[in-house]
Ligand binder design. Sequence first.
Ligand code: GAR
Length: 221
Amino acid sequence: MNSQVLPRLAILISGHGTNLQAFIDACARRELVAHIGIVISNNPKAVGLQRAHNAGLATHTIDHRDFATREEFDQALVNELHSASIDLVVLAGFMRILTPVLVQPFVGRLLNIHPSLLPKYPGMRTHQRALDSGDAEAGATVHFVTQELDGGPPILQGRLPTLPDDTAESLAARVSILEHAMYPLAVRWYLQGRLQLTDNGAVLDGKMIAATGVQYRADAR
Ligand code: GAR
């Protein structure tokens, strides 16, 4: 199919881009019928940019350090997203706090994945905090982005057990694998027109999603 007629994703990254790679692979396998129209990084050294180049994707670096305010940085992102005619913005390890300048034009079309069982542990060091609290489970949450940091309505939550000898690194590695499976599924729901953000929260197949999101299962479609 001509990539011009496919829904166009923007994937925003800051680092390794393993979630970006999961989207590249899901599109290549046609599990996601979409085109990654642009990969944007705020970090010129992000390893994920090389993944995008390897896949022949358009990339753009917008270095936040070149802007005096968060709002000016966000406006530069909005301009790039508009010129790339993006349908859905996918934050994949994009480590910037967003302002309304970016959130408002894309509300309902802006997704994030966060490495915790939200509402637990918004912010940073999620795996260490889960271990320090003695949590039996950890995981990741895909959610619509609103102005509240890591606080928009959850869509999909994947959980796994913590292990007695877990470190933040070992737990992060397992959660990362889970993320690569679950994030493309949430995007697929969106692209299929099954998932919407409403005033009351996230809706899937016409039903409100619970406050903790749909629980991810490997056989979910
Ligand atoms: C992922 O674990 C993602 O959940 C997290 O950054 C990692 C990026 O990995 N995002 C956040 O912490 C956002 N608050 P990746 O660059 O290899 O995809």
